[in-house]
Write a protein that binds this ligand. Sequence first.
Ligand SMILES: [Zn+2]
Length: 167
Amino acid sequence: MKFPICKECLRNDILCDKCARNVGDKLIKIDEIRMYRTLNNVSRKFSLLKDVEVQRAIKGKDIILIIADKENASKIIGKEGGMVERLSKSLGKQIRVVSEMSKLEDFVKEMFYSTHIIGINVIYGEKDQYKVKIPSSEKGRLPIEPDRFAKIVRSIFGVDAEIIFEN
Ligand SMILES: [Zn+2]
């Protein structure tokens, strides 16, 4: 598999200058880089995944969200979902593969697939602000912590997003 960091950096603990700059620009954090390394190790036994490119890999509590373009996403999913099932088993976590994710709404839908979402409000401005409204009753079982969610959204979409709990 290919990731936003080079082959060397997938093997080493320290990032080379080029990758450090690249992940810095993209606001990719260390937990995501660890996820690349884990996925890289697990995928090595599947030759079909050798040249597959992963854009982002976001780890939630029970799920891993893999973002790739359409062609690569379909390779990761595999015939009748066979490949992603094998990857899931190897990692012991459910994997959701998302392609062509251009809107924040799509990301929210995938990340919070098991959570009831009341709605998403947008306040347009110099920097758009998204408010994702979730019932307070869901608070204890979110797939991702609200502050991590905000960081990842900023990194992928360059906008501010916040989770608001409502009764
Ligand atoms: Zn590197």
